[in-house]
Design a protein around this ligand. Structure first.
Ligand code: PGA
Length: 252
């Protein structure tokens, strides 16, 4: 069964004590999250254990990291492994965010390795894809996103793919206030689903959650989430304010 998901990506924001406050504020305003839905909060690494403890016992609310390293352990100063993330109580990891691709040179091939190690360690992967403005203007966004998905995910078995959520985040919409129209989002999400169906079959494609990300707010979330192939959102800026994040969760 395909789940509706709202995931919050705090990026490099919020210090330790404020993190506790923000999670408590989010939880206090949250009514029961139904079985068919999932709320995932993805703070920086320093929050993971505390955050996992805070949401423990709240059904269908869990914690995710924003990145992991390609290797299992060893002399990689400053990096954090998938097993370490799992050991904090977190259940998910965002991989392939456009900021990591751009500022940290993460290639599709490197992301394939990260996806592997995350899945091997029992983490759900939120795999981000999306095109830059120039690609959208050239009209080649569908083949571009298809390439990202093929290069980083298509080596997976169907069983592994069942633990992958796709997040479509057009780069021109991230943090810019420009949101994809619901038609643009629906077109791309339907395309992504057809790409998954061609490789893994229609049933797996139908069961895969495909999230939209990019300037999603309480004011536009309901319209975006009403699209048949948009199964929720990956939320940046609006996940840093409890009321906004709750508004988006309510829209799901
Ligand atoms: P935004 O970020 O909601 O601030 O546009 C989304 C994201 O980068 O995940």
């Amino acid at each position: 069964m395909r789940r509706k998901i709202v995931a919050g990506n705090w990026k490099m924001n919020i210090e330790h004590a404020e993190g506790k406050e923000l999670i408590n504020d989010i939880l206090s305003g949250l009514s029961n999250v139904e079985e068919s839905k999932q709320v995932i909060i993805c703070p920086p690494f320093i929050h993971l254990q505390q955050a996992a403890e805070l949401v423990h016992g709240t059904s269908h609310v869990s914690i995710g990291a924003q990145n992991c390293y390609t290797e299992a352990s060893g002399a990689y100063t400053g990096e954090v492994s998938a097993a370490m993330i799992k050991s904090t109580g977190a259940g998910s990891v965002i991989l392939g965010h456009s900021e990591r691709r751009e500022y940290f040179n993460e290639s599709n091939e490197m992301l394939a390795q990260k996806v592997n190690i995350a899945l091997e360690n029992g983490l759900q992967v939120i795999f981000c894809c999306g095109e830059a403005k120039e690609i959208r203007e050239a009209g080649t966004q569908n083949s571009f996103v298809e390439g990202q998905i093929k290069d980083s995910l298509f080596h997976l078995s169907a069983e592994q793919m069942a633990n992958v959520v796709v997040a479509y985040e057009p780069i021109w919409a991230i943090g810019t206030g420009l949101t994809a129209s619901s038609d643009q989002a629906q077109d791309m999400h339907a395309h992504i689903r057809s790409v998954l169906a061609a490789k893994y079959g229609q049933e797996l494609a139908n069961n895969t959650s495909i999230l939209y990300g990019g300037s999603c707010k309480p004011t536009n979330a309901a319209e975006l989430f009403a699209c048949p192939d948009v199964d929720g959102g990956l939320i940046g800026g609006a996940s840093l304010k409890a009321a906004d994040f709750q508004g988006i969760i309510a829209a799901m």
